[in-house]
Design a protein around this ligand. Structure first.
Ligand code: ADP
Ligand code: MG
Length: 592
């Protein structure tokens, strides 16, 4: 490896001196790096190998931040999380063939979540195509289904054009993924520097889409005529950076609001107008719903019965008109960016003719009654500190011992669902979870991105990565990435020995004694009490293993005092711990 790096350095210096003497050529790698820089790209996450090692160095030389990860999937998750946090796509750099194919899950996740991402992969030299080139694969075709834009620049001169377009399409309108394919021959090609239009389209940011004022008036009328109004705040509102406008709307009108999982924090969870603890009731009974940047998909039970009232009137606001009327016909469909829409609505509702129901109204009382009952149930569970612990006791302790402005990364089944209710978000874009696609394995990649973002944009802010034991297994090796880049992520593993739920040691021993392990080991089970925290010892550090709430509290205090490396807190909970009984099945049944 050292030899390879030395060769690279020599090759680079020959290259640079050739450039100096001729003063006129530039290679594909440098054009790509400079073009990304020109488009405002800040972060690249990736894994290098043939043919993109020189590419990664060119990126660093251009001043881009390069973070080397341990699996392309995690790199791709990190790149899209930074896209969501900064509003500018993160880049994921991968090698050819399998490298790019490992990114496919990441690209799909970005598309489904509507997050900006640019994947760039090296591909086999064009003169090896069709004759069994190393890692040869139809990469542009493979990526097309997962992206808004895919291209292989046909010549070095056209790289700046394709970079501009890939970045613009990933960010504009409904955000998503772009893919650029870079054959080794293109990356290494030398062209006359003067003939490369580096300034190709350094376009102004697209002006935000504003709503039709007549539709804003109708929205105000509908809301003020409602008996049981509700605002739903989605991650589109978080992406739109509409937090100030929506907080003002909620405070001025006292309308009850419900955030979606990643809409949490646009208005603080602690707001008295937040009705998350009466979610089922709020959805079921609302007669007018203002839907701000959320799709009526499985997460919102398709907007249909039995989870919504049959005659509910929905005011749907979205940047993407293709989304309108998708699962139910909306009463009003408003094509607009959430921010200017909400600002106009706040102004409109301030006019005298609109008067909303006061917070003493029967609707509020009904919601508050439900909130009280649900909170009491959760509190009773959370105060039960019997060992092995239940989820609620774990989350109450975590919530009480972390800074309130932390970024919460979370994935798992019960761990994520119960944690969503108990780990509060006071700020927007401070919750990153399995999202619309329900993807497992996203956590450590998201946490790397979030910690990078904190370091550069909010020093001192902490990232708490709350993982189910199964979820952690998908991308756990990214702990090494966190050590290498000195990222103080606090990883909390809620360990129940399995997927959904597991078994205790004795039961597991009896089950497995029954015969062929492939026939009798329950597919949901994992090994008992795996000591994930011992991964810290790979780096000469000590992790935390906890069984009680006191141990969790002590571990969190120690972990939060560390500011230059990650920590792992592995919490053994009851393998049979479960979620509070639900009124409806979590995944609304299909009627077919
Ligand atoms: P959630 O997971 O919170 O329910 P979804 O991902 O289902 O949210 O929906 C987000 C919606 O927000 C998408 O339909 C997307 O088109 C929309 N959206 C994204 N950015 C904006 C924006 N700036 N203004 C308006 N709508 C937006
Ligand atoms: Mg588990």
């Amino acid at each position: 490896m050292l030899r390879r790096l030395t060769l690279l350095t020599i090759r680079r210096s020959i290259h640079v001196s050739a450039k100096l003497t001729q003063g006129m050529t530039i290679d594909g790698n440098t054009i790509l790096a400079e073009s990304l820089k020109k488009q405002g790209i800040e972060y690249v996450f990736g894994i290098v190998g043939i043919p993109v090692i020189e590419t990664s160095m060119a990126f660093q030389a251009a001043g881009l931040k390069y973070i080397g990860m341990r699996n392309e999937q995690a790199a791709c998750y990190a790149a899209q999380a930074i896209g969501y946090l900064t509003g500018k796509p993160g880049v994921c750099l991968a090698v050819s063939g399998p490298g790019l194919l490992h990114c496919v899950g990441g690209m799909a996740n970005a598309q489904v979540n509507c997050w900006p991402l640019l994947v760039i992969a090296g591909s086999c030299p064009e003169d090896h195509e069709g004759i069994g080139g190393f890692q040869e694969w139809p990469q542009v075709d493979s990526s097309r289904m997962y992206c808004k834009y895919t291209a292989r620049p046909p010549s070095p001169r056209l790289i700046p054009l394709h970079v501009e377009r890939a970045v613009r399409l990933a960010s504009a309108g409904r955000p998503g993924a772009s893919y650029l394919d870079m054959p080794g021959t293109l990356l290494m090609a030398e062209v006359d520097e003067e003939k490369v239009p580096m300034d190709f389209y350094n376009a102004e940011p697209v002006k935000l889409g504003h709503p039709d004022p007549a539709l804003v008036s109708r929205a105000a009328e509908l809301l003020s005529s409602a008996q049981r109004p509700l605002v739903i705040v989605g991650k589109g509102a978080a992406h739109a950076r509409a937090e100030d406008a929506i907080t003002k709307l909620v405070e001025n009108t006292k309308l009850p609001f419900l955030p979606t999982p990643m809409g949490k924090g646009v208005v603080p969870d602690s707001s008295q107008h937040c009705v998350s603890t009466a979610r089922t009731q709020a959805l079921l009974k609302a007669d007018v719903i203002l839907l701000l940047g959320a799709r009526l998909n499985w997460m919102l039970h398709f907007g249909q019965q039995p989870r919504f009232a049959p005659d509910v009137k929905i005011i749907q606001v979205d940047i993407s008109p293709e989304e309108f009327h998708n699962s139910v016909k909306s009463e009003l469909a408003i094509h607009s960016d959430i921010k200017p829409f909400t600002e106009s609505l706040v102004q409109k509702l301030a006019e005298k003719k609109f008067s909303l129901q006061p917070s003493s109204h029967a609707w509020w009382q009904e919601l508050q009654k439900k909130q009280k009952a649900n909170t009491e149930f959760v509190e009773a569970q959370a105060n039960d500190k019997t060992v092995p612990l239940n989820y609620y006791a774990v989350f109450k302790t975590v919530q009480a011992n972390i800074p309130k402005d932390s970024i919460i990364v979370s994935e798992g089944a019960n761990t994520m669902d119960i944690g969503r209710g108990m780990l509060l978000n006071e700020k927007p874009r401070h919750r990153l979870d399995a999202g619309t696609f329900g993807t497992m394995g996203v956590g450590p990649g998201f946490a790397v991105a979030a910690a990078m973002w904190c370091r550069d944009h909010a020093p001192g802010k902490r990232v708490i990565c709350v993982e189910g034991d199964s979820a952690f297994g998908f991308s756990g090796m990214e702990i090494e990435t966190m050590f290498r880049y000195k990222l103080p992520v606090v990883i909390v593993i809620v360990n129940n020995n399995g997927i959904y739920s597991g078994f205790d040691k004795d039961t597991m021993r009896d089950i497995q004694a029954a015969g062929d392990p492939t026939q009798c080991t329950p597919p949901t089970s994992l090994s008992c009490e795996v000591r994930y925290e011992k991964m810290m010892e790979l780096f000469g550090e000590t992790g935390h293993f906890c069984r009680t709430t006191d141990e969790i509290e002590a571990a969190l205090k120690k972990a939060l005092a560390v500011t230059d490396k990650p920590s792992i807190i592995n919490i053994a909970i009851s393998p049979q711990a479960n979620r509070k009984p639900q009124t409806f099945n979590w995944l609304t049944e299909s009627k077919l």
